[in-house]
Design a binder for this molecule. Structure first.
Ligand code: ADP
Ligand code: 5GP
Length: 190
C-alpha cells in the first residue's frame, strides 16, 4: 500500500510547526518530507535530517537533471525544493508524507498528486496577531519580523487554492480540527 500526502502552507508565525509537531505524535504513521536547500545549516541541523544541504551549483545541476517535483529560488542562490525520488521512497514504504512548504510549492505539489494529496492552509486570525506571535517566539530580529509580515498579505491571498483552511485562533481547537480533517482524508479510499 502506498502512502498519501499532506501539505501545509501558511505565513510564517501562523502556528504551522506547532500543529505539525502535534500531528506527528498522534500515531498516524506520518513521516516528514525532507526538502533540499542551498542555505547553510542552522544550529544543530544535520544533512538528511532537517534538509539535504546542497551547494547552489549542485542544486542547479539537479534542477537541470529534472530531479525536483517543485523548487523555489527565494533569494538569489537560496533554493528550496522537493526531490521526487525522496518523496516516492517515503510513499512506497507506505508512509503518509507531511510537507511544510511555501504557498507556491504547496499548490504545485497538490496539482501534481491530485486527490492523493490534501493541502491545508493554516490561517492566523489577523496580521496583528501574527506580529504578536512572531515577537513572542523571539527567534527573529524586528527587521526579519517586518519582512515576514510584508510577505504575509501575499501568502494569505493563496488560501482559496487550498483544500482546507484552518484558522488558528484557539490552538487546541485548531489542532483538533486539523486532526479530524487528516483522519478523514486518510480513511478515504482513493
Ligand atoms: P510557524 O511554523 O507557522 O512559523 P510556529 O508554530 O513557530 O509558526 O508558531 C509561532 C509562535 O506562535 C510560536 O511561539 C507558537 O508557540 C505560537 N502559537 C502558535 N499557535 C498559537 C495560538 N493559537 N495562539 C497563540 N500562540 C500561538
Ligand atoms: P527555513 O529556511 O526557515 O528552514 O525555511 C524557509 C521556508 O522555506 C519555510 O517557509 C518553508 O515552508 C519553505 N520550504 C521548505 N522546504 C521547501 C520546499 O521543499 N519547497 C518549497 N517551495 N518551500 C520550502
Amino acid at each position: 500500500m502506498t502512502g498519501k500526502l499532506i501539505i501545509f502552507s501558511a505565513p510564517s508565525g501562523s502556528g504551522k510547526s506547532t500543529i505539525i509537531n502535534y500531528l506527528m505524535q498522534q500515531g498516524l504513521g506520518l513521516a516528514f518530507s525532507i526538502s533540499a536547500t542551498s542555505r547553510a545549516p542552522r544550529g544543530t541541523e544535520q544533512h538528511g535530517v532537517e534538509y539535504f544541504f546542497l551547494s547552489p551549483e549542485e542544486f542547479r545541476q539537479r534542477i537541470a537533471d529534472g530531479e525536483f517535483l517543485e523548487y523555489e529560488e527565494v533569494y538569489p542562490d537560496r533554493f528550496y525544493g522537493t526531490l521526487k525520488a525522496q518523496v516516492e521512497r517515503q510513499l512506497k514504504k507506505g508512509q503518509h508524507v507531511i510537507f511544510d512548504v511555501d504557498v507556491v510549492g504547496g499548490c504545485n505539489i497538490k496539482e501534481y498528486y491530485g486527490n492523493r494529496a490534501l493541502s491545508i492552509f493554516i490561517q492566523p486570525p489577523s496580521i496583528e496577531e501574527l506580529r504578536h506571535r512572531l515577537e513572542g517566539r523571539g527567534t527573529d530580529t524586528p527587521e526579519v519580523i517586518q519582512q515576514r509580515l510584508d510577505k504575509a498579505e501575499y501568502e494569505l491571498s493563496f488560501s482559496p487554492r487550498f483544500d482546507k483552511i484552518i484558522v488558528n485562533d484557539d490552538l487546541e481547537t485548531a489542532k483538533a480540527e486539523t486532526l479530524e480533517v487528516i483522519k478523514h482524508f486518510l480513511s478515504c479510499e482513493l
